[in-house]
Design a protein around this ligand. Structure first.
Ligand code: SAH
Length: 268
């Protein structure tokens, strides 16, 4: 990192850096994220952080797991924020490492607010969110001119673990041609039903992308009305994204990862 033609900010003792680790592939980690991993004294990481990314942290850094499992009540969130504050007050360089982007369904905002409240200096390092980068690894662009000029990121879970009742399904179904759902596998039947009831075509192309940008990535494509059943049949496991809309059809031509893998196994 010392050979870069520009300098990166110093990670100072007593600071917390809230860093996005991206969806999985360690090559998608940013220079700032790598810099933070090289200099951190302690790394507080989530379940979604890929082991290969975690392996980039310096060997002396203490690693603390602070993961929560999807759907469980977030009782431990204040504990995590308090832990970050405690570690920073010990004068450590505290790296808070989260999957994807820390400010997108990652509770980064809550943690940052707690740091502000406690007067702890912090920096936010955005990461590639799974709902964009993970889809790209499945050959599904977030937008294309022929399919959509808008996109929505929606959570399939609220804090109680239920389908969020703050989502205006009718408005969403009508206004937004491409919907990307995070944390949606558990309630996929209900989400699909609500979308169809709100006017989305039952045969609208839908994909589930599980463990995107990792060697275990799997993609299932089916009409909206059948996607939940298809995901069950294929034994799809979380973490997974669900994408509804015409962009899904582009995967037929844009599955670059599948093509590269086919070429490698053909030549090998
Ligand atoms: N901050 C994260 C999202 C955290 S919410 C981000 O920006 O990506 C957790 C949800 O993210 C999971 O339930 C799943 O929907 C999605 N997710 C995260 N990583 C994923 C991956 N590698 N593959 C598929 N889905 C992923």
């Amino acid at each position: 990192m010392d050979s870069l033609p520009f300098s990166l900010p110093d990670f100072l003792p007593g600071q917390v850096w809230l860093v996005g680790a991206g969806p999985g592939d360690p090559g998608l980690v940013s220079l700032l994220a790598l810099h933070a991993m090289r200099h951190a004294d302690v790394v507080v990481y989530d379940a979604l952080v890929d082991q290969r990314v975690l392996g980039l942290t310096n060997a002396e850094a203490i690693r603390e797991y602070a993961g929560k499992r999807g759907g469980k009540p977030s009782a431990r969130q204040p504990d995590i924020s308090n832990r970050l504050i405690e570690l920073a007050r010990q004068g450590l360089r505290v790296l808070r490492l989260k999957g994807g982007d820390p400010f997108l369904f990652g509770r980064g905002a809550e943690e940052a607010l707690a740091l502000v409240e406690a007067g702890i200096p912090f920096r936010v390092v955005p990461g590639i969110t799974s709902g964009v980068g993970g889809l790209a690894y499945a050959g599904i662009p977030a937008t294309s001119r022929e399919t959509n000029s808008a996109i929505a990121f929606v959570t399939g879970h609220d804090a109680s673990g239920d389908v969020p009742d703050t989502v205006d399904w009718a408005a969403l179904a009508k206004a937004v041609p491409v919907l990307v759902f995070y944390m949606a596998l558990k309630h996929l039947d209900r989400i699909a039903e609500q979308l169809i009831a709100a006017g989305r075509p039952a045969d609208e192309p839908t994909a589930v992308v599980s463990r995107a940008a990792t060697p275990a990535q799997r993609v299932v494509v089916a009409p909206l009305a059948e996607i939940a059943e298809a995901a069950r049949r294929e034994g799809i496991e979380p973490p997974a994204l669900v994408v509804v809309g015409q962009v899904v059809t582009l995967r037929e031509r844009l599955d670059w990862l599948g093509s590269l893998q086919a070429a490698t196994s053909a030549s090998g």
